[in-house]
Design a protein around this ligand. Structure first.
Ligand code: AMP
Length: 213
């Protein structure tokens, strides 16, 4: 399957992507994960992205399109992909349309995960992430067995720099201004699937039903 996962930070895009990739061998492509790895490794890309990320702002469309042009042509994309956190602006969506036509790929849909703002705020302030493998935990509902230590790889489990209350509030404003208009964009393209996303399992079922049509 080839899907775009749209939705505010904390809507569950990463969780849903992981459940879907386990179904059919498609890959999750998270621009946020790619950028965080670049920042951690201290690469040129990481240096260019770091300040915007810390503040909860978007990094430039050119930088993102440079990453995605290469990534979508890697061999593991042949079985399909779930785009998590990309596109995030109308110019990125337009550039993606051109890129997909160039490489003769066709999307199966753009899934909009709708979650109420209070649920999002609660999820993001309690979310913790392993800085080594990216595994996601929640201090209330799914803490690591040993505090601060990843169950999967033993790496440090911390609150992301951009998950302080101030950065979260900025990320939600940025989402409403720059990313929410993508819902209308994909509706016009005839690709939109709008889902109430309070439960990740229900989202997966709705996507499966959509793909079976
Ligand atoms: P995420 O993990 O998807 O919430 O992304 C974390 C941060 O990475 C965002 O707040 C942005 O600063 C940056 N980022 C990730 N994806 C994009 C994108 N498609 N366009 C611009 N910035 C992005």
């Amino acid at each position: 399957m080839r899907l775009i996962l749209l939705g505010a930070p904390g809507a569950g895009k990463g969780t849903v992507a992981k459940l879907l990739t386990a179904m059919d061998g498609s890959v999750q492509i998270s621009t946020g994960d790619i950028l965080r790895a670049a920042v951690k490794a201290g690469t040129e890309l990481g240096k260019q992205a770091e300040a915007a990320m810390k503040a909860g702002e978007l990094v430039s469309d050119d930088l993102i399109m440079g990453i995605m042009k290469e990534r979508l042509q890697e061999a593991d994309c042949k079985n399909g992909y779930l785009l998590d956190g990309f596109p995030r602006t109308i110019p990125q969506a337009e550039a993606l349309k051109v890129l997909l036509a160039d490489i003769s790929d066709k999307l199966d849909g753009a899934v909009n995960l709708n979650v109420p703002r209070d649920v999002i705020l609660d999820r993001l302030t309690t979310r913790r992430t392993c800085t080594d493998c990216g595994a996601i935990y929640n201090v209330k509902s799914n803490p690591p067995k040993v505090e601060g230590k990843c169950d999967k790889c033993g790496g440090p489990v911390v609150q992301r720099d951009d998950e302080t209350e101030e950065a979260i509030s900025n990320r939600l404003d940025v989402f409403n201004k720059q990313t929410a208009p993508l819902v209308g964009f994909y509706e016009k393209e005839g690709l939109l699937l709008d889902i109430n996303a309070t439960s990740s399992d229900a989202v997966v079922e709705a996507i499966k039903a959509h793909l079976a049509k």
